[in-house]
Design a protein around this ligand. Sequence first.
Ligand SMILES: Cc1cc2nc3c(=O)[nH]c(=O)nc-3n(C[C@H](O)[C@H](O)[C@H](O)COP(=O)(O)OP(=O)(O)OC[C@H]3O[C@@H](n4cnc5c(N)ncnc54)[C@H](O)[C@@H]3O)c2cc1C
Length: 461
Amino acid sequence: MTEPQIVWLRRDLRLADQPAFAAAAALGPVIPVYVLDDETPKHRRMGAASRWWLHHSLASLSADLAAQGSRLILRRGRAADVLNALAAETCASTVHALRHVEPWWRLAEKDLTNLLDLSLHDGLYLQPPGLLTTGGGTPYKIFTPFKNALFASIDQFDPLPVPELTSPANWPASDSLDSWQLLPTPPDWATGFGAVWTPGSATALARMAEFCDDLGPYRQDREQPSIDGTSRLSPHLHFGEVSPRQLWHSVDGMVGEGPSCFRAELAWRDYAAGLVQQFSDYGARSYRDGYDERLWRDPATDDHAATDLAAWQQGRTGYPIVDAGMRQLWKTGWMHNRVRMIAASFLVKHLLIDWRHGEEWFWDTLVDADYASNATNWQWVAGTGIDSNMFVRIMAPLSQSEKFNAGAYIRHFVPELAGLDDPYIHDPEHFGCRPPGYPKPLIGHREGRERALAAYRLFRG
Ligand SMILES: Cc1cc2nc3c(=O)[nH]c(=O)nc-3n(C[C@H](O)[C@H](O)[C@H](O)COP(=O)(O)OP(=O)(O)OC[C@H]3O[C@@H](n4cnc5c(N)ncnc54)[C@H](O)[C@@H]3O)c2cc1C
């Protein structure tokens, strides 16, 4: 019988438009395997909310494979070792996988090439990270020229169909998904997730079709947290249940500011991957020198900073828009993009706490937690990144809340404020109508702003 081909799955949990599956299926029987790897050096352990998503996504992919007469094999351990052992068991010598940019996956890919024939394919992004270069031949560092080059580089194409899979003569053993205990043990903090999300390709494709059908109002609506104006496809995209090229294809040729704005958002995702490809520790330290050591209040040594960080995490800062966002995150594993920017800016500027504490919290609590997108956006907001706002640009949370009509959003996620109308809900302290159960602001807006600017002046010497 023809030699079986291993398909190693990571953040690419789909059958359609999945080049590793397509290539393997063309060569022989396919053994799809997901390795739960918390051991490859530099590995950043997947956060708790992502593990919830992963459980359901793997269950969904397993059902999709079963419908094809195939199976999903689950194994646990250091990926290179586990795949090497699986190849020996099944007499396979080739592993097909999609190329990833995270530093630990690049290490695992390198380890594996020393052991087996690793056939890497592109498919996580619109274009392979690093493919596009400036006129000088170097990778892009700035978003807008990158986006323009990306748009110009994409020709018309058809996404790959679901391949026909044949099975090996004998299936290797698999762990049971439940034995991995990816779901929370009681108390179950994820009860709200199931009400909002259904992981898996079928839901992702249905949402894509529904959302992309009318992108007319996207540009305006995406800024308003009170309405369902964005695709909410980010966790599906992160886990690869839908490919960015399938999304691009579904909006390709559409004219107007809605579709072009949507394509630009997809470009941000590629851009972030390109930065991590160039600077693998982008998620671990500030790109600009000196910030990590000198600017911040440190929760490890400063009790007030530690209390402020906990209040931010719990959505008890006394700033309604920030608290609504942080509670949406805790309850649903997701936060609206505009509110992510406001909440992140509040932590870094008003509370003067290192962006890496915020990035870590998001990593643990977001269902779409993504090393590249999370780091790039945190560094952008903090003003520490390569293509950033200046640190001295400080968002005003109260006026942002009013400008983007966040009243209904706040009433939904902060029940203590549900009785307040606009405009009082945006700033109950100022209007003298703060309910007794709702905290006083941790720091006044003007005071926070001045403290941040003073700290920055000191930092600049
Ligand atoms: C501090 C901070 C941290 C963030 N962390 C993450 C993260 O860990 N994972 C993540 O996927 N996004 C992250 N984002 C980006 C953005 O908030 C989410 O991608 C977006 O809110 C997802 O919602 P949506 O799918 O409805 O977006 P839509 O508006 O429908 O956009 C479509 C897709 O484009 C991509 N996209 C949109 N905006 C961005 C962006 N700014 N950067 C990168 N990709 C983008 C996403 O894949 C998104 O699903 C972060 C933003 C901030 C400000």
